[in-house]
Design a protein around this ligand. Structure first.
Ligand code: TXA
Ligand code: MG
Length: 361
């Protein structure tokens, strides 16, 4: 594949001609990146095994990590799943279109490449007008993981997709920045109690208000950092910057800014190039000479932090620091998704008072 076509559209009112051009590529078995409200996806016809295979090849994605299938109408569910549990139906009514992926039992004729050989499939109806228009124009369910090289931060802008995948995919539809900034919540609804497998754009609190108790099945920090095998998608290193990333969790009674400052001083005194990823509030009290600083947003506005997270991570990493020190946030609401992604990006998580922490490692 020589050249990747870049198709610009208006996010709210995408030009139908351009959308049908992209839909034709999908129908002919090609791969097209497109904006969703969470992050950019890399799409192919979910019913065409060889087309889906091209997604894995372009991303360098391990073949046992299943893809999410995107639909634009409820009627498309029949092509994918054998049953829609009653509580899943309720969740769809409330949260679709939107950043919620629901795992359900899948039909036998869904290509194995999509499900990674599992008997379940993750389905979501995205909210972005461009994503919906593309799926409707193709008249097909579209399998799409995030449109990054495997292991890299998810793309929230078309240029991030081009940076990772230009020359490896047929086209990118540029519909401007993705709004939510972190991926969808993955909710397993095949059992009696819904289980969050990945926190995302729909919060646990929002789900519980509608569905009652929702379980969490997330690997512990320790398991993430030490790469222990887990469920599909959890066992691979994720969102990894080139630099070593150190995540400083909020520590009760200790100003996070003090810990970040002390760490930055320590690494700088070793002659290392240090970058920070911090809130507006933390940046405003730190002396920032000789330190690259990516501002994530206001600490009290976690939606803003989520929206900037991957973009700032890419920007900071592009400056080639030796170490990135990232501020952690409260794990309530969308903070759970933010901290999950930061933890996966981290080589080290600091969650104890600085004085008792051994920095030599
Ligand atoms: O917001 C999003 O979800 C974006 C946009 C493009 O829709 N997509 C996305 O896809 O983040 P991806 O492939 O990067 O992440 C999908 C996650 C993986 O962790 C995968 O293991 C999990 O969903 N997943 C998919 N199908 C599954 C299944 N049947 N059972 C368990 N986990 C599944
Ligand atoms: Mg991904």
């Amino acid at each position: 594949m020589a050249k990747t076509l870049l198709l610009k559209v208006d996010a709210q009112n995408p030009d139908p001609e351009t959308i049908s051009q992209a839909a034709e590529i999908i129908k002919r078995g090609g791969v097209v990146a497109f904006p969703t409200e969470t992050v950019y996806g890399l799409g192919a016809n979910a019913l065409d095994g060889p087309a889906v295979q091209k997604i894995f090849a372009a991303k360098g994605r391990p073949s046992d990590n299943p893809l999410i299938v995107h639909i634009a109408e409820f009627s498309q569910l029949e092509m994918l799943v054998t049953e829609v549990p009653l509580t899943a139906r309720r969740a769809m009514e409330v949260f679709w279109p939107g950043p919620l992926t629901i795992i359900m039992p899948c039909r036998d004729d869904i290509p194995r490449t999509v499900t990674g050989g599992l008997k379940t499939v993750g389905v979501r109806m995205p909210k972005h007008p461009v994503a919906l228009a593309l799926i409707k124009a193709a008249k097909l369910p579209i399998a799409a993981p995030s449109a990054n090289s495997s292991g890299k931060p998810s793309p929230t802008e078309a240029r991030h997709v081009m940076y990772d995948l230009a020359g490896k995919i047929d086209a990118v539809i540029d519909g401007g920045p993705a709004q939510v900034g972190v991926e969808s919540t993955v909710l397993d609804m095949t059992g009696d109690t819904p289980v969050i497998l990945r926190p995302g754009g729909v919060t646990r609190e929002q789900l519980e208000a509608i569905l009652g108790h929702v379980d969490l099945d997330l690997p512990s920090v320790d398991k993430i950092i030490h790469q222990a095998p887990k469920a599909p998608g959890m066992k691979y290193r994720h969102y990894s910057p080139e630099a070593k990333l150190i995540l400083v969790k909020p520590v009760p009674g200790k100003a996070v800014a003090d810990i970040i400052q002390a760490l930055a001083d320590r690494y700088q005194s070793k002659g290392m190039k240090v970058a920070l990823m911090v809130s507006v509030e933390t940046a405003s009290i730190l002396p920032l000479e000789d330190v690259l600083c990516g501002i994530l947003g206001h600490r009290g506005h976690l939606e803003e932090i989520a929206g900037n997270l991957f973009k700032v991570l890419r920007e900071v990493d592009a400056q080639k620091p030796d170490v990135i020190i990232a501020e952690g946030f409260a794990e309530a609401g969308i903070g759970m998704a933010i901290m999950n992604r930061l933890t996966k990006a981290a080589s080290q998580v600091i969650d104890q008072p600085f004085s008792s922490y051994n920095l030599n490692s």
